[in-house]
Design a protein around this ligand. Structure first.
Ligand code: TRH
Length: 376
């Protein structure tokens, strides 16, 4: 084994494609001692997640990973021993040829999207024949035993525990973002796509008995927020309505986004990577799933709800599912939030138990390395 890995990433939209591959690349390099190149076609998206990176460099060394611009025409490079094609992004034809010509064993793996659907386990690890005698294997992240698991850094939960147990660290982090919540306020983070259910939820939050401080990283959801606040908020600015303070945050590094999730009591997340990070934060959460054609995302949503609520008492399971369905299917968020709040303690304990259950399994990077060792 020469320990060289290439990861290819096409940014379809937003930050998830870059977010997942960058996280994986970093972990393969730092925890598994691998020589990793990350080929990415939108360095602008990458630089948002990793401030300090140069969005124009053809190649740069960042946190132990060689990050390269994937440009058309392909600049040419020797193929690595293991190649990860993220989310079916299709390798450059020249690279495929270089892979077929490479002496010694090689491995080509497609890293697929995350889904809790039961069929995933049956497809995880299967090969398909490609031209040039190559085989491509399908590696599926997932929540069930028969999948490749979830991305989780080895020290993640220990770092979260330190953050949680030292109120000074949390307060200092929030201050560094310009966030000074009222005494006793509950913190909620809101990372979502545009959502028509937002105004109803905000009105309900503004009528809470307890102060609520809502942190909104700048991005797409502002389009649904601004009609309710009636003003355009810049990062750092606040708007107060009743019990609710809404504050827009600047987009922070991936590492600091974890801190935002850990600092909050409840997290609304979206896509794939923030969804997983909210699970490691071990707080109750709300998922805005990425929309797909013909409502394919609804099945994914229901599959996750089935799994996540399995161990919950029926009423709490119904309240959580009701909130998630309202958020994703234009339902009544005000009523759904009131129902959810009635089960807050049970759902908090469940979020912790779920996190521990998921963390008892090998993380995705470790499972992927093992899979490659077995297959080479
Ligand atoms: O941005 P997303 O919606 O991304 C995706 C992509 O659109 C993709 O095409 C689609 O298939 C997928 O969703 C399902 O959501 P996601 O996956 O949560 O990615 C967001 C990333 O941004 C994640 O790595 C966390 C990071 N992030 C920061 O680093 N700083 C921030 O301030 C915030 C809010 C997020």
């Amino acid at each position: 084994m020469d320990n060289s890995w290439d990861i290819f990433c096409k940014v379809v939209d937003n930050f998830g494609d870059a977010g997942v591959t960058w996280r994986l690349a970093r972990q393969l390099a730092s925890e598994h001692g691998l020589k990793v190149r990350l080929w990415i076609d939108d360095l602008g998206a990458f630089a948002r997640l990793c401030p300090g990176a140069d969005p124009h460099a053809q190649a740069q060394q960042v946190q132990g990973v060689e990050v390269c611009a994937w440009r058309d025409p392909w600049p040419g490079a020797l193929a690595a021993q293991v190649v990860i094609e993220a989310f079916g992004c299709k390798l450059p034809a020249e690279y495929e040829a270089a892979l077929a010509a490479r002496p010694g064993p090689t491995l080509w793996v497609n890293l697929d999207y995350l889904s809790a659907e039961p069929w995933v386990g049956g497809c995880h690890g299967l090969p398909s024949m490609k031209s040039g005698g190559l085989r491509k294997f399908f590696f599926f992240p997932g929540f069930r035993q028969d999948t490749g698991g979830l991305l989780r850094e080895a020290d993640l939960l220990a770092r979260r525990a330190v953050f949680e147990h030292d109120v000074g660290i949390r307060a200092g982090f929030l201050r560094s973002l310009g966030v000074t919540p009222a005494p006793g306020a509950r913190l909620i983070s809101l990372f979502a796509y545009e959502n028509d259910g937002l105004p109803g939820w905000l009105t309900q939050l503004s009528e809470s008995a307890q102060p609520i401080h809502l942190l909104v990283p700048e991005g797409r959801v502002l389009a649904s927020l601004e009609p309710w606040t009636g003003e355009r908020l810049q990062p750092g600015q606040c708007c107060v309505r009743g019990a609710l303070t809404v504050q827009v945050l600047p987009f922070v590094s991936q590492r600091d986004y974890d801190h935002v999730l850990w600092a909050c009591d409840f997290n609304a997340v979206r896509g794939e990577d923030s969804f997983v990070r909210a699970q490691w934060a071990a707080r109750p959460m709300l998922w805005h799933i990425y929309r797909q054609d013909e409502y394919a995302h609804w099945e994914k949503l229901e599959a996750f709800l089935d799994l996540y609520t399995e161990a919950l008492p029926a009423a709490a399971a119904e309240a959580l599912s009701g909130l998630w369905r309202a958020w994703n299917m234009d339902g009544d968020m005000a009523t759904a939030w009131v129902n959810f709040e009635a089960h807050r303690d049970v759902l908090q304990a469940h979020a912790r138990a779920w996190c521990e259950q998921m963390a008892a399994r090998p993380d995705l990077a470790t499972a992927l390395v093992q899979f490659c060792r077995n297959s080479l």
